[in-house]
Structures are given as structure tokens and as C-alpha cells.
Design a protein around this ligand. Sequence first.
Ligand SMILES: *[C@@H]1O[C@H](CO)[C@@H](O)[C@H](O)[C@H]1NC(C)=O
Ligand SMILES: *[C@@H]1O[C@H](CO)[C@@H](O)[C@H](O)[C@H]1NC(C)=O
Ligand SMILES: *[C@@H]1O[C@H](CO)[C@@H](O)[C@H](O)[C@H]1NC(C)=O
Ligand SMILES: *[C@@H]1O[C@H](CO)[C@@H](O)[C@H](O)[C@H]1NC(C)=O
Ligand SMILES: *[C@@H]1O[C@H](CO)[C@@H](O)[C@H](O)[C@H]1NC(C)=O
Length: 324
Amino acid sequence: MHLTLLLLALAHVYLAAAQLVGYATENGGTTGGQGGATTTVSSAAAFKTAISTTSPIVVYLAAPINYTGQYSVESDTSIIGIDTSGSITGGGLKISDKSNIIVQNLLINNVVGQDAITVTESQNVWIDHNEFYSDTTHGPDYYDGQVDITHACDYVTVSWNYFHDHYKSSLVGASCGNEDEDAGHFHITYHHNYWQSIHTRTPAMRFSHGHLYNNYYDGIISQGIHSRCDAEMLVEGNVFVNSTEPLSTYGLVIPDDSPNTSPDGDLEQDGHANLGSVSDNDWGTGKINMTSTGNFTSVPYAYNLTELSDVAATVIAGAGIGKV
Ligand SMILES: *[C@@H]1O[C@H](CO)[C@@H](O)[C@H](O)[C@H]1NC(C)=O
Ligand SMILES: *[C@@H]1O[C@H](CO)[C@@H](O)[C@H](O)[C@H]1NC(C)=O
Ligand SMILES: *[C@@H]1O[C@H](CO)[C@@H](O)[C@H](O)[C@H]1NC(C)=O
Ligand SMILES: *[C@@H]1O[C@H](CO)[C@@H](O)[C@H](O)[C@H]1NC(C)=O
Ligand SMILES: *[C@@H]1O[C@H](CO)[C@@H](O)[C@H](O)[C@H]1NC(C)=O
């Protein structure tokens, strides 16, 4: 009992250090279950019940749990792993037609046939300091995405996550044909994420305003940052090492089309990508090939760029679980 209370107290102290920056600060901000009830759970059944509570709630996950499929998260909820004990094997989270949700300090791994986190038709979501992995030996479609964001979501920040050993990491916008619903949405910030040994989508975005800064990419296998279908990206202060193919062909990608079964493939319209005016990127051995720079050159919120020479060390030290 005393140990649990101590861990909770420590979690509160450390979590205060994680600062929300980026698009999830817009549209009224993102506070999750702040001010609501607090509960600590250690079983899959209790976790499922707690995160579907319809009043504001902070749910601490204190032990590893296993389940299959995705559990739905209600609005005004924070889901926070305690120390490095909050992990989910086999199952994921679904945020559908909801708002104001924080997912922090969780390890989610090996989610078969589903995304680790699906965010769809939702606003104000902060996905921070989590770890996601599976393996790259099962091909592109055995697992699905790690964080996929579809159907006109808006005001999302994806920060300080460690995404590794996986095929398709993060897709924004499910289809080039969904312009009527998606255009003008998908304002999303990705910063200080650590992507390692990933095949594709770090991220791939359609119809978005995507601000990507200070992400660290180690060993991207086929496509890195991918701007497609009229997406506007602002890409600054990112560092790539050990890419196995040169970066690019359309938008900002590595040459091959996604090695999956998508019929859209290379026929998809290129997106736009602007490299910002303040900070360079370090493409390592990769080349970039932007077919359109577009006009997305500034964001409405304040943010601090990490010096390019410090990005690797800062992101490796700070991303993932057990850090906040
Ligand atoms: C969850 O699954 C993993 C991998 O199969 C296993 O190692 C672990 O013991 C399981 N944990 C629980 C709580 O069932
Ligand atoms: C990856 O890049 C880092 C930094 O440049 C380097 O130290 C390391 O040897 C590389 N690893 C591989 C497998 O090439
Ligand atoms: C850049 O992309 C365009 C359009 O896809 C393609 O025609 C061109 O060959 C690419 N150039 C390089 C150097 O990859
Ligand atoms: C910015 O670029 C987008 C995509 O090409 C275009 O739809 C939009 O009209 C442009 N906005 C301005 C202000 O030029
Ligand atoms: C930027 O850095 C300054 C100085 O450390 C700090 O006061 C400010 O809160 C930071 N802003 C953001 C958005 O991180």
C-alpha cells in the first residue's frame, strides 16, 4: 500500500515535467482526465472498465496486461503507465469520435491485426512518452499501424514516443479519396519521437498540416517522412542515421512505394513539404526529393527547437517509457 502511494506520488511529480507543446494545445487545449477521479488498475478487465468511464478520469496502469483487439477510450481521460510497469501486449486502444484524451508512459506491443492506437473522428489528443514495437519479420500487414490517425481528426500532438521494430508506424488519413471529409483537418505535431528499425510511415500524411520537428530516425528501411495527397508538412530539425535507402521520390520519402498491398501506391498525388526557415534537417545518407514545397511555413503555437547536434542524444535519452 505504501509503495503504491509512493509510486503514485512519484508519477505525479515526474509527469508534471512533461510539457504539452504543439497542435494539441490549440482548440481549448488537452488536459485528459485532469480534475476528475483517479484510479489505479492492474488487470485487463479493470483497465477496460476504467478507460470507458464517461466522466473525467485519470487511469494509472500499474502492471502488464494482455488482451486482444482494441479497447475504447472515452473523452476526458488520461491513461498513464506507472514507472515501466504499464504495458499492454496483444491489444490496442481506440479513440473514436471523442475529445480531450492523453495517453502517456505506456508500452504497447505486438497488436495483431489492429493499430496499437487508432485515433479517428476525434479532437485534442496527446500521445506522449510511450513505446511501441512488434517485429519486422511478419510483413507489412500482420500488425497494423502504431499510431494511425484518420477521418478528420484534429489538434493532436505525438511527442517523445519510441517507435521501433515495426513495419507501418504512423499513418494520417486513410485514403486519398476521403478529401471531402478530411481536407482542412489533421493539424498534428510530431516532435522528439525516436523511430528505429521501421519500414514505412514515420509518418505518412494525407490532407494534413503536419509539423514534424526534432524527431530522430535510426535505420528507416524503406520510407520515412511521406507527404501525400495534398498534405502540407513543416519539417525542421530532424535527424536521420542509417537509412537503408536514399530518402525520397514524392513529398519527402524513400524511393520505393510502400511495400504493401495498397492499390493507391505511387499513383497518389504528391504532398507538399517545407523545410522551415529556422533549423536544418540532417538527412544522413539519405537524399530528399520534394516535388512541392507548399506554403505551410509557420505554426500558431510556441515551441523550442533542440539544436540539431543535440537531437540524437536528447531524443534517445528522453523518448519512451520510464522517462517522465
Ligand atoms: C502477456 O503475454 C506475454 C507474451 O506472450 C507473456 O510473456 C506475459 O507473461 C503475458 N502477461 C500476462 C500478464 O498475461
Ligand atoms: C547508426 O548510426 C550511428 C550514428 O551515425 C552509428 O554510430 C552506428 O554505427 C550506425 N549503425 C549502423 C548499424 O550502421
Ligand atoms: C523526384 O520525384 C519525381 C516525382 O516523383 C521523380 O520524377 C524524380 O525522378 C525524383 N528524383 C529523384 C532524384 O529521386
Ligand atoms: C496553400 O497551399 C494549399 C495546397 O496547395 C492551397 O490549397 C492553399 O490555397 C494555399 N494557401 C494559400 C494562402 O496560398
Ligand atoms: C522554451 O524555453 C524557454 C526557456 O527554457 C521556456 O521558458 C519556455 O517555456 C519554452 N517554451 C516551450 C513552448 O517549450
